[in-house]
Design a protein around this ligand. Structure first.
Ligand SMILES: Cc1cc2nc3c(=O)[nH]c(=O)nc-3n(C[C@H](O)[C@H](O)[C@H](O)COP(=O)(O)OP(=O)(O)OC[C@H]3O[C@@H](n4cnc5c(N)ncnc54)[C@H](O)[C@@H]3O)c2cc1C
Length: 414
């Protein structure tokens, strides 16, 4: 093969964005995935570009919610009992991260990434011809009861002080935005500066096509073959071995499978999630992603239909799918949303690659020469892929990073 400067392992939205940013800076990049570009977790998400995120999703503390989850009756979460012992330290750390001081640490550390995220996507969309997938009409949260809506207010006060825009709506206000939602709720919160994507797979593929147009090479291969050879990184691909002085791990939920054997143990776990597509009932669609936070699922209009995505399932990344949350939540979802016929029989499953503090790692791999990390974007990998790719490429090329990368260092876990 011709000279390669960087091997990027993983062709999800995160790896593809990093590869594209590196190629834009003149580096010769080979991106290696075992499957098709964008067909992992990046395929099936809710499509929201949530640049207005301020606080992470905390571990539930309400005893009633915890009991429902424990009894496997919760709509918003599920777990595999056999996996809990392995996941216990992570769950404990995740629970601790819900303390106010850690919530603010997240908010302050992540704000530069979130604040730049949507604009970075738009730049890549423009140059990749992917703008047709972009909807700049925000997203909506629907609160079924006034009580649940009131509970959200203290966080919203803080978010307003941080200068993030949202609009508090009564039922009529929310119905003016989404007239096909049933009037069985109390209030809404509209996030006007958020955007969404009507086909996340197509967007990742468009970025990969732009990467290829800049001379980037996309190869099939198993990232677990990564090893040192003659002071370089080498990976085996269908086209033969590829060597480069630098490599990037952007394997999302599978990233630790390459790092564990190298002795770099980071606390990465997954929050699995599922989706199903539905035909709209009659011609009653939705204009934007709409969340039912009390029940814990999202309905987003996609090219494939109305996509219903579930909350978190705590289980091993490779365990067989157990989409039991649909049985629990479908009656609730059908009463609120205009969901017609189910399009596919089997639910799609993905896995949000998650650290307990909900921040990704972006930067050098501690103790591993010329190896870089870009993974762990949990609920916001679609949003943060391009901005993370930019930051990583700036660090790798010795440019001044556009923000302080310290909050994303892997060293925080060591
Ligand atoms: C139900 C659900 C809803 C979501 N909704 C949103 C949303 O609305 N907005 C948002 O911003 N985010 C959302 N997310 C999160 C987002 O989808 C993820 O954070 C993001 O897709 C992670 O991207 P990634 O590139 O890191 O991982 P992936 O897309 O999983 O990419 C990893 C790649 O690594 C490859 N790979 C794995 N192992 C190997 C190997 N051994 N060799 C070679 N290649 C390998 C895989 O084939 C894959 O292509 C959602 C996630 C889920 C599950």
């Amino acid at each position: 093969m011709a000279r390669t400067d960087v091997i990027v392992l993983g062709g999800g939205i995160v790896g593809t964005s990093a590869a594209l940013h590196l190629a834009k800076r003149g580096l010769a990049v080979a991106m290696v995935d075992r499957g098709g570009v964008g067909e992992g977790t990046s395929y099936g998400n809710g499509g929201i570009l949530e640049g207005n995120t301020y606080f992470p999703y905390p571990f539930p503390t309400n005893p009633k919610t915890l009991l429902r989850i424990a009894l496997k009756q919760a709509t918003e979460a599920n777990y595999h009992l056999s996996y809990l012992p392995k996941m216990l330290p992570w769950l404990f750390a995740y629970w601790q991260a819900g303390r106010p001081e850690h919530m603010f640490e997240f908010a302050n550390g992540m704000r530069p990434l979130f604040a730049a995220a949507n604009a970075e996507h738009e730049l890549l969309m423009k140059e990749s011809g992917a703008e047709k997938y972009l909807r700049k009409n925000g997203w909506l949260k629907i609160y079924r009861t006034a009580e649940y809506y009131q509970k959200a207010q203290s966080d919203l006060d803080i978010i307003a002080k941080a200068g993030i825009q949202f609009q508090l709506l009564d039922q009529a206000g929310a119905l003016a935005l989404e007239p096909n939602v049933a009037p069985i709720f109390s209030n809404g919160v509209f996030w006007p500066t958020a955007a969404s994507i009507s086909n996340p797979l197509a967007v990742t593929q468009a970025y990969a096509a732009r990467f290829a147009a800049l001379g980037g090479v996309v190869l099939k291969g198993d990232a677990r073959s990564l090893h040192r050879a003659n002071d370089r990184w080498r990976v085996d691909t269908d086209e033969g071995p590829v060597d480069a002085p630098q490599a990037v791990i952007a394997l999302g939920p599978w990233s630790q499978k390459v790092l564990d054997p190298m002795g770099l143990k980071l606390p990465l776990e997954v929050k699995r999630g599922y989706h199903l597509h539905f035909k709209p009932r009659g011609n009653k669609g939705l204009s934007r992603p709409t969340l039912d936070p009390e029940v814990g699922y999202l309905v987003a209009p996609m090219e494939q239909g109305l996509r219903l995505t579930t909350g978190a399932e705590f289980a091993s990344v490779d365990a067989p799918p157990t989409p039991v949350q649909f049985d629990r939540l479908m009656p609730k979802a059908r009463e609120l949303f205009p969901l017609g016929e189910q399009i596919e029989q089997a639910a799609w499953m993905g896995a949000r690659p998650s650290f307990p503090d909900s921040r990704p790692v972006i930067g050098r791999a501690p103790g591993l020469k010329d190896l870089w990390l870009d993974f762990g974007h949990t609920h916001w990998g679609l949003t943060l892929g391009p901005v993370s790719g930019r930051l990583l490429a700036e660090m790798m090329t010795g440019a001044t990073p556009f923000c302080d990368p310290a909050p994303y260092q892997a060293e925080r876990f060591l």
